[in-house]
Ligand binder design. Structure first.
Ligand code: NI
Length: 169
């Protein structure tokens, strides 16, 4: 089931999400729905708060091979190591049509639980590393415009206010 993606301005995106405690069928359904919603959008990552669920989990698929899925769901994730720097374009499904450069770590090691509640580790670079950091921010009520300078952030916010007025948000 495709769920509604919450856009910037929705208070759920500014909340600190709660840890997942039940690894049950309801969680499996949520994860499946989040993948479906992310692929339909389309996007490479989606955090639970973006579908209105203030829980600590996100899904991602940064596969660059056509027709090949690389589904990863990170539940209660923890960033263990960050290393190096990368500068690249970023977007967010909660900010349709808005893209800009964000500096992130180049390598990320994270641990998380899977849908069964088992811990696993992911050690990755470049796009998936950027994706993990972006989605993990969502679990802490942080969105990517928080990484802009105050001046640039105000410009983006002004643009969004205009689009809200025009009914284009
Ligand atoms: Ni996002």
């Amino acid at each position: 089931m495709i769920r509604e993606i919450r856009k910037y301005g929705d208070p759920v995106l500014a909340q600190t999400a709660e840890p997942v405690t039940e690894f049950d069928d309801k969680l499996k359904k949520l994860v499946n729905d989040m993948f479906e919603t992310m692929y339909a959008a389309p996007g490479v990552g989606l955090a639970a708060p973006q579908v209105g669920i203030s829980k600590r989990l996100f899904v991602m698929d940064c596969s660059t091979k056509e027709g090949v899925q690389e589904r990863v769901a990170l539940i209660n994730p923890e960033i263990i190591v960050t290393e190096g720097r990368q500068l690249g374009d970023e977007g967010c499904l909660s900010f349709p049509g808005i893209y800009f450069q964000v500096e992130r770590a180049q390598r990320v090691v994270a641990r998380a639980r899977n849908v069964k509640g088992e811990w696993f580790e992911i050690d990755t670079m470049d796009l998936p590393a950027r994706c993990i950091l972006h989605e993990n921010d969502h679990l802490n009520g942080i969105v990517f415009i928080n990484h802009l300078s105050a001046l640039k952030r105000d410009l983006v916010k002004r643009k969004i206010r205009k689009r809200i007025k025009a009914g284009d948000w």
